[in-house]
Design a protein around this ligand. Sequence first.
Ligand SMILES: Cc1cc2nc3c(=O)[nH]c(=O)nc-3n(C[C@H](O)[C@H](O)[C@H](O)COP(=O)(O)O)c2cc1C
Length: 295
Amino acid sequence: MNQLNHHSKFNQAHTNKISSIEIIRNRTSRRSYKPEILSDKIQDQIDEILKTIPAGPFGTDSSFRLIHKSMATDRKIKLGTYGFISGAQYFIVGKTVSDIEAFIDFGYRMEWIILQLTGLGLGTCWLGGTFTRSEFARLVNLQENEVISAITPVGHATEKRSIRDRLIRLGAGSKNRKPWSEMFFNGDFDHPSDNKQIGDYSTVLEMVRLAPSASNKQPWRVVQSDNACHFYLQRTAGYSRMFPAIDLQRVDIGIAMCHFELSARELQLSGYWQIADPGLALPQGTEYILSWISK
Ligand SMILES: Cc1cc2nc3c(=O)[nH]c(=O)nc-3n(C[C@H](O)[C@H](O)[C@H](O)COP(=O)(O)O)c2cc1C
C-alpha cells in the first residue's frame, strides 16, 4: 500500500522552530484584536508560512491567502463575522474543492498555519460558521467547484478577552476537553484507554485531545493497536445540517491529525499515514478515516 504523504517539505519547515507541543498547549482561540497594521517583518513571516505549508495526509490541494480589510474596495463588502470577532484587520482565507479527503487535508493544513502563527505570538480563531462566506468568496475569486471551508482572523490579540469572547467560550465550553476514556481506545472500541497505558504515544494523544474543533465537539476517536493508531470520526448527531456545504467535522479530524503528526515527529516517533482499516465493530455514527503506522 502507498504511504500517503510526503514529508520533505514538512521536515524542512520544522527544523529549528519552537516546540510544537508547547505551542499546542498554549494556543486558544482569540476573538478580540488590536486594530493595528502588522509590521512588514510579521507580514513577511506570514507569507513565508503560507509558502511552506506541508501536504495533508491525502495530498489534496487547497490554497490560503492573507487578506487585509482594505482589499474590499466595494463599500458593500464588510467582511463580517456576525460580531464574533472584533478589531481584526487581517484574515487568512482558505479554499479547497468540496470533497471528503479535501476537507480533512484542509483541516490539517490550516491548523499547521494556525500553530505557526501562534508560534509568532499572533492570535487566531478558526471560523467555520460565523463569517459572511459570500463576501470573502468575492475577495479570493472563488471558483464554482471550490468552497471557503474556514477562515481565521490573524493579528495581535488584546491582552484581555472581551466579554463577548468570554461568553462565546463559555457557550462552547471551550476550556473543556473530553476525558481520555471517551476518545482513545486500546485494540477495539470496547477498551477505553487512559494515558498511563499508552506509553510512547501518551503525549502525542494528549496533543490530539487538546485540539480545537467546531463548537468544541471533539469528534475524533483513536484506537491504538500494536503498530498503528487508527483514526475515526464519530459524528455529532444533527451537526452536519448546520453548514451542509462544509463538512466541519471532517475538518476537525484533519486538525487532530496535524496535532498528532507534529507531536509524534517532535518526539522522534516516526511513522506515516496509510489506509489500513482494521475492520473493527464501530459504535453508532462512527466511520474509519485513516491510520498512522509506526515505523
Ligand atoms: C472547524 C472549526 C470551526 C470553528 N468555527 C467557529 C466559528 O464559526 N465561530 C467561532 O467563534 N469559533 C469557531 N471555532 C472555534 C471553536 O469554538 C474553538 O476552537 C473551541 O471552542 C475550543 O476552544 P479553543 O480554540 O480556545 O481551544 C471553530 C473551530 C473549528 C476547529
